[in-house]
Structure formats: C-alpha cells, structure tokens
Design a protein around this ligand. Structure first.
Ligand code: ASP
Length: 331
C-alpha cells in the first residue's frame, strides 16, 4: 500500500464555526477521522504545518511547505496538502516553481464547506486527493470537485460553489469518476525533483482601470523589484497618464515589468495594438502570454530569488516550468 503524507495548513476544510466566524481549528488527525475509508486507499501519516485561513498565507509559508516535502521526500510515495481555497492557486503555482520535476504526486485540496457540516465537499475532495496521491500523477496539482488541475494553471473562479477552480488556458489533467482517475494528460517529470529555497516577495500587482495615471505605478515600483500590470484585452497601457515614461524610468532603475491581461482566458499579445507594441519593442517589458497571474506572481518571486540580471530574468521567465507558458516558447 502506498504511503502518503498529509500536510495540514488550515482553510475552510479544517474550519469550525467560532463566535468570530469560520476559522481553522481541526488538526489533520481530526480531518482524517471524518473519512475512515481512506485507510483502504493508502497509509497516511500527518504533519500539522500551519492552521491558517489561506488569506494569511505568505511566501514564507510556501518555503515551509516546500521544505517540509523536501525533508520527507524519500519517505513517502505522495503528498496531500490541505489548504484554504482563497490562495490555493498561488500556493500551487509557488510549489510548482519550488519543487520542479517531481515524479511523486504533490496534491493540494481543500473545500468550500467545512468537513463537519452536513452538506460539505470536504470528504469527496480529500478522498479524491488521496486517490490521486496514490497514483502515478507527477508534479503539483489541485484536486477539487472531481477535477485534476495542473498547479501552474489553476485559478479560483467561484467563491461559493463546489466547482471553485478552473484550469486556465490549459486542459485539466484528468477527472475522477466514481473514485476512478481518468487521466487526459500526463505531466512530464524527472527522476528526482529539483528543490529551490529562495523567493523574493517584493513583487507587486496593479490592475489598470480606465483613466488610471502613473502615480500608483510609481508608488508600487518604488517599493518593489517587479510589477505586474494587469491591463486590458491583449495588452497595452493608456497613451495619456505618463505610463510609458514611468515604466521607462523604473526599468532603467532595474525593475522588472510584466504586462498581462485582466481577461480570464486566452492571454496577452502585446504585438497587436499600438498601445502595447512599443512597450515590448522599445521598453522591453515582459509579457505573460497565456500564464495565469498567480503563476506570474510566483514565477517572478522564484526568479528574483535567484537573479536580478535582466537577461537571465527574461530567459527564465519565458522558459516553461510545469507547462506554465505555452507561447512563445512552444509555438
Ligand atoms: N477563507 C478560506 C481560506 O482560504 C476559504 C476556503 O478555504 O475555502 O482559508
């Protein structure tokens, strides 16, 4: 029987109603006590790493999760991390950069309703997660509502329904039907994972609104090493408002700027419009193409944890990791 490590970090799945609202209270052992049938799937051991609402998860916690797995990697066949849904997509992306090429499954799951509630998705999600962790499913993925989503491609797209996550610009890896994993895509892996232990959390995100001027971008760029600008459509910045000069100034100061889009699907293409092309060709901003914003945030933190050298940053940014970016590198 496969040996799986359950790593508890909190979230709704482990929450109970308190006077102040739902808060994570249950331990990993208490979670497991709700689903004794898991003993028929695998042998489980537990680590209670954190017990937080995932709103409070930070890059330091991502490093703790990666270290926890690294220290125990040879002892287990797979890993299940229970986590709040709100920032699970960021954590899944971050772990995809911190633990690359893992031949063993690293599965994140959680729930929209606590495990102690009468109507809950917790038991299905946790059981599916253990089923997947006991399969040959390499790399980091989210298992939720019977879907398997690649860690670099997940986004929380619903706040309340059980169908909380979508796979963005990439097919699901598989689905679970009546407890059986039907696999559509097998993620590549190496014979051993490569672990990383540094992140630079000075990465900021700015969503453009019509009429925005450069003041917010100046504020963020002064305090950050990289700024992601979520612009409109396939991408660009307003011609009025001083953005162009702002970005030119801060890039000359060594800041990294990445343009992405607010539109949920299909990604950026800065070459199309005048408002975007100059950013790329004259200023040299990077663009996210089909990456999720969650993956861009985590990838920049991972890259800047290793280098500030502009050419190296650009090369690493466009080099696919766990299929986070398909274009332009693979087209
Ligand atoms: N606020 C919760 C969290 O992210 C929501 C959830 O787990 O569904 O921890």
């Amino acid at each position: 029987m496969k040996r799986i490590l359950l790593i508890g970090t909190g979230g709704t799945i482990a929450s109970e109603m308190t006077v102040g609202g739902l808060a994570p209270e249950l331990t990993t052992e208490q979670l497991l006590a709700h689903i004794p049938a898991i003993r028929e799937i695998c042998r489980v051991e537990c680590v209670q790493l954190l017990n937080l609402d995932s709103t409070s998860i930070t890059p330091q916690h991502w490093l703790m999760m990666a270290r926890c797995i690294q220290e125990r990697y040879d002892l287990y066949d797979g890993f299940v991390i229970t986590h709040g849904t709100d920032t699970m997509a960021y954590t899944a992306a971050a772990l995809s950069y911190l633990i690359q090429g893992s031949p063993k499954p690293i599965i994140l799951t959680g729930a929209q309703k606590p495990i102690g509630f009468d109507s809950t998705d917790s038991k299905d999600n946790l059981t599916d997660a253990f089923r997947c962790a006991a399969e040959d499913l390499p790399g980091v993925s989210i298992v939720f509502n019977h879907q398997v989503i690649l860690g670099t491609r997940a986004r929380k797209t619903r706040t309340k329904s059980f169908q909380a996550f979508s796979s963005i610009n990439f097919p699901q890896l598989g689905v679970l039907r009546d407890g059986v994993l039907l696999r559509y895509i097998r993620q590549e892996c190496a014979s051993r994972p490569v672990f990383y232990d540094r992140l630079d959390s000075r990465v900021a995100l700015m969503k453009l609104v019509p009429g925005a001027d450069r003041a917010q971008a100046d504020f963020l760029l002064e305090r950050s090493d990289a700024l992601i600008v979520e612009s409109f459509g396939v991408g660009g910045v307003p011609e009025e408002g001083g953005f162009y000069e702002c970005l030119r100034h801060w890039m000359a100061e060594g800041r990294i700027v990445v343009l992405t889009t607010q539109v949920p699907s299909e990604g950026s293409d800065l070459e199309v419009y005048h408002v975007g092309r100059g950013l790329k060709n004259d200023l040299g901003v990077l663009e996210a193409y089909d990456m999720t914003t969650e993956a861009v945030v985590a990838k920049l933190m991972w890259i800047l944890g290793q280098t500030r050298e502009r050419e190296a940053v650009e090369r690493m940014f466009y080099t696919p990791v766990a299929r986070d970016i398909l274009w332009p590198a693979e087209c």
